[in-house]
Design a protein around this ligand. Sequence first.
Ligand SMILES: [Zn+2]
Length: 255
Amino acid sequence: MTDALTPAERILYGLGIRHPCEIDLEAIAASRGAFVKYQPLDNCEAMIAGSSKRAVILVNSNSCETRQRFSLAHELGHWHHHRGKVLYCSSDEVEETKPGPLNPERQADGFASDLVLPTYMFRPIFAKLKRFRIQEAAEIAAEFNVSLTATLIKCVELNRLPIILACYRRSGYSWSRPAKMVPSWWRLHRTLDRETFAGRMLFDGASPEAWPRKMPADAWFDFRGAGDYEVQEQSVMLPGAEVLTILTIPENGLG
Ligand SMILES: [Zn+2]
């Protein structure tokens, strides 16, 4: 069992942590020689300063609790992977500017995601779901005390459903994450179609749909023949005037 675990999961597992409510990040930090302080920070979400054995992690007290947790977990990722460096972090769970597994920020984000949403706890909860909608993801997010966005990204990474997460602002495309099983030709438009349910929420203030709704795929996707497919979409508004959508690709579009 422990062979398949990531570094962050091995730490949790080694501490005997088996349930979401047991993921006490400050206690985990203390067990790693890191002391956590909360204070207002102007230019970053968190930072870490340490010698070879002990570290102080500062977390922005102005941010919401789920953000603080992710930032703290991100700094613990630096403490694990990049010990001895002083780093100022935005620790955004969807940062896309500098991709690549060897980028220190991506590495710390991956560690953070595994620490707050370890797959060995997440997978069995996900497997028991009878259906997958925003509501179910929000319940899991609450159980782990993490953001809905971080939870949905974990769902995508599990690669059990043919889904793409897509986030748009009024000005256009913001970021997306496809499940591995989705072929790369499912390329999103750079601007959001106002006739999609997401478009109506973002531009017209429409209420969210309780269930995924069908939509011609060419409203969302930019490839020849997109109009032959139908996708399902369900959306939620995020802080900062962004709309986040779960798009489900039909089975005949996975070949
Ligand atoms: Zn960082």
